[in-house]
Ligand binder design. Structure first.
Ligand code: DAH
Length: 348
């Protein structure tokens, strides 16, 4: 029977094409071509009406068997191709989770903040409080309470920005001394504080001067505080910051708010005291000013200077950092240049 052979060879032909379909798209093309409305199977089924009625059931069921076989083969092939496609995608999109990730750039504290925190930590370890004061300050606290009455010649060195005649940008952190002494209750123990912060002066900016810079003030007031306490404290400070072999020396000086006043040098950390370019061949480097708190300053805070005495000091973290790291220009601190700042990464 011609139509039967035709169906069988059609089945073989389609099964071969299904097997050789390399991807889902060509498989679908085979499906549409053979099982679709215009395909040969539909055509056979349509031609049934022209057949002898006795042949119809045989041809009809054969056509169904062939169609089912083709459908099944297509389904099977489809599953295989789909699995292959997934495997291929997995291979192509593989991520090596063991590769190191991209490092996120971490920032760090500014070198001045690092220095100031290091100094604060040292004093905290010796029982000092850290106290901050206002940058916009009264003339009264900035000068008068520091024993610099109006028209005192030493005011000239600390000209500043005035908000009004009586309000200015503070020229030093010393006014925090008066503010703290005003409030201190000596029945609770001695006063020991450091006060870090920004200060302002009418200075033209150059390699060693800036109209805005930082200071750390130190103040201790108690009964029987002596110059030996000041010297011992600053000796510890110098060794902690510049190395354990450092020594300090005190030179007489003048500040209106201390009596006697001293300037404090540290033995040169570069040459050890022999003389070099850092210490300008003297073996010593000036690091801060200090002295015994002037009785007038104590009395203005209502503290009895016949019972209490104190020492004070003021230092510049910029200067400390410049010395410690060999920084040649104070302006580097304020320019936010990462090439400079990144040299002072905090060790993790
Ligand atoms: N206030 C001074 C200045 O800015 C620094 C200073 C010197 C502070 C001696 C002190 C001190 O407390 O005792 O130049």
């Amino acid at each position: 029977m011609e139509i039967k052979t035709k169906l069988e060879s059609l089945q073989n032909e389609v099964l071969n094409k299904v097997k050789s379909s390399a991807d889902l798209k060509s498989l679908d093309q085979v499906r549409v071509a053979y099982l679709g409305k215009k395909g040969p199977i539909t055509e056979v089924l349509r031609g049934m009406k022209d057949l002898d009625p006795s042949e119809r059931p045989v041809v009809g069921s054969l056509a169904n068997v062939v169609r089912d076989a083709i459908q099944e083969a297509i389904e099977e092939r489809k599953m295989i191709l789909e699995t292959e496609a997934i495997h291929q995608a997995l291979l192509e999109e593989t991520i090596d989770v063991t590769l190191p990730g991209k490092q996120i750039a971490k920032g760090q504290s500014h070198v001045l903040t690092q220095i100031m925190e290091e100094i604060e930590d040292l004093f905290i370890s010796m029982g000092y409080q850290v106290i901050e004061g206002p940058e916009v300050e009264e003339d009264n606290y900035n000068f008068e309470r520091m024993n610099l009455p109006k028209n005192h010649p030493a005011r000239d060195m600390q000209d500043t920005f005035y908000i009004t005649d009586e309000v200015l940008l503070r020229t030093h952190t010393s006014p925090v001394q008066a503010r703290t002494m005003d409030k201190h209750d000596f029945s609770k123990g001695p006063l020991k504080m450091v006060s870090p912060g920004k200060v302002y002066r009418r200075d033209s900016d150059d390699a060693t001067h800036s109209h805005q810079f930082h200071q750390i003030e130190g103040l201790v007031v108690a009964e029987q505080v002596s110059m030996a306490d000041l010297k011992g404290t600053l000796d510890l400070f110098a060794k902690k910051l510049f190395g354990k072999d450092r020594e300090i020396r005190l030179r007489p000086s003048y500040f209106p708010f201390t009596e006697p006043s001293v300037e404090v040098d540290v033995s040169c950390f570069k040459c050890g005291g022999d003389g070099c370019n850092v210490c300008k061949h003297t073996g010593w480097i000036e690091i801060l000013g200090g002295g015994m708190v002037h009785p007038n300053v104590l009395e203005m805070s209502g503290i009895d200077s016949s019972v209490y005495s104190g020492f004070a000091f003021g230092l510049g973290p910029e200067r400390v950092a410049m010395l410690k790291y060999g920084i040649d220009d104070i302006r580097h601190f304020y320019q936010n240049d990462l090439r400079f700042l990144n040299q002072f990464k905090v060790k993790e």
